[in-house]
Design a binder for this molecule. Sequence first.
Ligand SMILES: O=C1O[C@H](COP(=O)(O)O)[C@@H](O)[C@H](O)[C@H]1O
Length: 247
Amino acid sequence: MAKTGQTSVIAVSDPAALAKAAADRITARIVANGGRVAICMSGGSSPKQLFELLATDTYRSRIPWDRVHWFIGDERFVPADNPLNNMRMARQAFLDKCAPPANVHPILTDTADAEEAARRYESELKSFYGADRLDSTRPLFDVVLLGVGPDGHTASLFPEYPAVEETQRWVIEVPKAHVEPFVPRVTLTLPTLASCREMMFEASGAGKRAILTRVLDGEDMPATRARSQGETVWLLDKAALPENFRA
Ligand SMILES: O=C1O[C@H](COP(=O)(O)O)[C@@H](O)[C@H](O)[C@H]1O
């Protein structure tokens, strides 16, 4: 596995400040890379405010949309128009308004099963990257955005599921999630997520504080194992910030 870089925790006042901090960091990464950019987005509810912000004039005018490609880190195996579909939320919040359709890369769920969906997405990522093996000197993504679930899962990598140990596949099926909604999922694996310049976790609210305390304390969980080969940043609002990170 690629060598991992520096990890930091950044605390901001509230969810609005969190979305702004994330939007600023993503925009800075996009602008810093003068060529083709790849962003891997998280699912769940945490990134909604960030996504909506990217569609506002302030960010819309700064992002060179033609050269930015948008991927998703995990997907529920439900149709594209199902409210549970992760990419659907991103599309509604900003992609349909801002991004050229060819630059939006959903995990397609019109396949026979989640395994086929995973294999197809893996092929798409390999063809985008231009190689079958990840090279630690050339990250796949500029930014990987992630969230954390109450059990320490990130993307659809759940504690004690075989997907967490996968080192060969880039994308893998998760036959059944043990959290709601109880549907099969497709997820990028840890080595694939690690192949980025910056991994950015976003979490807000007091409900996340207990799990963040355990993850940032280093307890072995998928969210703890997820590390960028470049920079890893935990963007947290005040309510989510573990006690020992408070001044
Ligand atoms: O199941 C999922 O949960 C995590 C966390 O979701 P959130 O609603 O608490 O933000 C998310 O990052 C992941 O992509 C999603 O599929």
